[in-house]
Design a protein around this ligand. Sequence first.
Ligand code: RIB
Length: 298
Amino acid sequence: MKFYNIGSLNLDYTYFVDEFLKPGETKSSLGLQISCGGKGFNQSIALARAGASVSHGGCIGAEGDRFLERFKREQIDTEFIQQTTEKNGHAVIQVNGEGENCILLHGGTNQKVSKKLIDRMLSSVEKQDMIVLQNEICHLEYILEEAQRKGIKAALNAAPVSEAIKKISMDSVEWLFVNETEGSAITGCRETEPEKILDCLTERYHDTGIVLTLGGNGAFYGRRKERIYVPAYKVNVVDSTAAGDTFIGYFLACMSRGMSVEESMRYAAMAGAVCVGKKGASDSIPRWKEVQGLMSTR
Ligand code: RIB
């Protein structure tokens, strides 16, 4: 089984601050880190580090060569990466003293992924494979429609939620990943309790496995009436960027190894916990050996 990630590729400009900027304020950051990121990129790295076979498709700009180098190092296939002269997608990220982040996106090349590239990539996907998506690239609806038509299963991270994603058919979505805010936003659910938000999601997306991530409060799984909860592993949070992406990559890779949903969630939670304990996005995603070692001593 192979994962085909049609995913975002952002240059992350991460500024470390004591507190997030307030409206009208100017202040110096405590440090800057420039690295490869994007939910798509991070999820491919997490999948590969968890031992899965991955092909990444997407679009980079003239300054995007570093993505190709990173993918090569992680043994991720780059056959479906297009390079244009446009400005690469990027993110301006503030990380505060508590390790929380806020992220401003510029779509750039992520909004230039062509239907031609998508068609070419989807024609390589076989029935046992899975496509991986986030809402940071264009043509999401088209990809899901084509996947449905071809009988290909998809895993979708609904972030960042947009008006368009609320109306998209999830018929081909095997796994939907959301946090509480995203879960409420896409269903229009007014509940605040995670269990109730999950009920809204499972009612709306009846045949889809929903993974509701709650950061430091763990994660829920629901499909129809089935429910599973796993707690988060407690760690000192240094930088929470890419923790959700790490969780998703590890969860999918563990499922593809034949593990149960619950065990896959536990491994994913451990990988996410390691990620938040270090500075940076994709750089802090752990490798399988480390996660497996920690799981065997838990
Ligand atoms: O989930 C973290 C990612 O969100 C960052 O790498 C940033 O690029 C944004 O896409």
